[in-house]
Design a binder for this molecule. Structure first.
Ligand SMILES: *[C@@H]1O[C@H](CO)[C@@H](O)[C@H](O)[C@H]1NC(C)=O
Ligand SMILES: *[C@@H]1O[C@H](CO)[C@@H](O)[C@H](O)[C@H]1NC(C)=O
Ligand SMILES: *[C@@H]1O[C@H](CO)[C@@H](O)[C@H](O)[C@H]1NC(C)=O
Ligand SMILES: *[C@@H]1O[C@H](CO)[C@@H](O)[C@H](O)[C@H]1NC(C)=O
Ligand SMILES: *[C@@H]1O[C@H](CO)[C@@H](O)[C@H](O)[C@H]1NC(C)=O
Length: 384
């Protein structure tokens, strides 16, 4: 994935329901609004999302509208099909931005369709390191207590959903869908955020299904189906200066199918900042024909853009892979490629059982500079 998290220009800063209504009107879409004065966003339960048409937004409804600033929760219900224009000049940076909004929910059964096929040929990021970044579909920045539930994000121009500098975000029962060969269409990217839950979500993408960037703590991923795509990744780490640690990531009960990578941690060979990737648990993951099911790469260097003399400054420690089963599309089911100047420490493999999906070979592990332990793992895969 290519990082776009540092772009924060606001084009839709939704601080009140009225502002969202106006913005939606500007987008020429049909969206139903429900305001829930003084109701926590968590009241937007799946039942509520499925309960037919929401009440229309009625400013100043009897007994509901306080005077002064709107400090109540906002629930935006999306049931229509929202189409992004193919005219790139129409976008400042991203498409739909939610910034500095606390206690906010989007739910419904609608589709946010970026119409990426109209513009994907304009993406030059595989050729140019400082490429122009196409609009992300839905961006949540500087926000606390946000829920996105039930909706579908389809064919984004760039990332489908980007979460930056936010806290207590729940992504539940969301569907993300784009072709496996669409450029940089990461499903969900999270950066500089804390307490992010992604559950019961299905992601087909042209890049990482989920990518977790620097400065992110306390991520819970449960019940995600990923594929096609590049898997569930932490990183890339070390690309920029002053990146913060990634810590406390738990990924459970997921299925990863037909992707290039499964569970990946990647950091630049010539990292620009010093940070730690630590305390990750991957438990209960089924791989189905994944090219590199388990991969830690401390020497990540796409398109050979790194300086060869680079040394790693990203410490990878205390990473547990437990109950990881299924098949690998290449024999190299476990790859732990760590730097000699900063070996990976505390890497654990427990009950890892990955078979080769092809014919005439078996799976093996390729490991460098790694310390830790294994239990209940075939010796060909148990390199720690
Ligand atoms: C977020 O939700 C929690 C729990 O409902 C609440 O205590 C807190 O004040 C909320 N944060 C903000 C910034 O509204
Ligand atoms: C994490 O976020 C969830 C959902 O918003 C909230 O219920 C929970 O209290 C938060 N946990 C912490 C430690 O803030
Ligand atoms: C596992 O994930 C599925 C969705 O893929 C979900 O329905 C189920 O509740 C999850 N199980 C647990 C134990 O979390
Ligand atoms: C596994 O994936 C490879 C390419 O990644 C593909 O060529 C092969 O047909 C797939 N095998 C199965 C059994 O799906
Ligand atoms: C099995 O896979 C390994 C690693 O890709 C390769 O080096 C080896 O030649 C393969 N063996 C056979 C019999 O194809």
């Amino acid at each position: 994935m290519v990082s776009s998290t540092r772009r924060t220009t606001s084009s839709l800063s939704a601080t009140t329901a009225a502002a969202i209504a106006a913005a939606a009107a500007a987008l020429m879409v049909s969206v139903a609004f429900a305001t829930a004065q003084y109701t926590p966003a968590t009241s937007a339960a799946p039942g509520a999302a499925a309960a037919g048409a929401a009440a229309p937004y009625t400013p100043g409804a009897a007994g509901a509208a306080p005077s002064g600033p709107c400090t109540s929760s906002i629930i935006l219900r999306l049931d229509g099909n929202l189409l992004g224009t193919g005219d790139l000049n129409a976008y400042k940076t991203n498409w739909i931005e939610v910034e500095h909004v606390d206690n906010f929910a989007i739910n419904g059964h609608g589709i946010i369709d970026g119409q990426g096929p109209l513009v994907w040929t304009h993406n030059q990021c595989n050729k140019n390191y400082n490429c122009k970044i196409l609009p992300n579909s839905l961006v949540i920045d500087y926000s606390t207590n946000v829920t996105v539930r039930g909706i579908t994000l389809k064919n984004s121009k760039f990332f489908h959903l980007n979460i930056y500098e936010s806290k207590n975000v729940v992504i539940d029962k969301v569907t993300i869908t784009s072709p496996g060969d669409s450029p940089n269409t990461d499903g969900i990217h999270v950066g500089d955020s804390t307490n992010i839950t992604i559950s019961s979500t299905t992601i087909a993408a042209g890049d990482d299904c989920i990518s977790i960037g620097p400065g992110t703590k306390m991520v819970r991923v449960n019940g995600v189906r990923c594929g096609p795509g590049h898997g569930i990744s932490v990183g890339s780490l070390g690309r920029y200066k002053d990146e913060k640690d990634v810590e406390d990531i738990i990924v459970t009960n997921c299925t990863i199918k037909g992707t290039t990578n499964g569970l990946r941690i990647k950091s630049y060979e010539d990292s620009k900042s010093q940070l730690r990737a630590t305390k990750f648990l991957y438990d209960g993951i089924t791989m189905d024909n994944v090219s590199y099911p388990i991969i830690i790469d401390q020497k990540y260097c796409p398109n050979n853009i790194c300086s060869a003399s680079g040394t790693s400054k990203v410490a990878v420690t205390d990473i547990v892979f437990k109950n990881i089963v299924g098949t690998s599309a290449t024999p190299e089911a476990v790859t732990l490629n760590c730097a000699n100047n900063l070996p990976c420490q505390g890497i654990q493999l427990h009950n890892v059982d990955l078979k080769y999906a092809g014919q005439g070979n078996t799976t093996l592990s390729v490991c460098k500079n790694v310390a830790g332990k294994s239990s209940n793992v075939a010796k060909e895969l148990a390199c720690v």
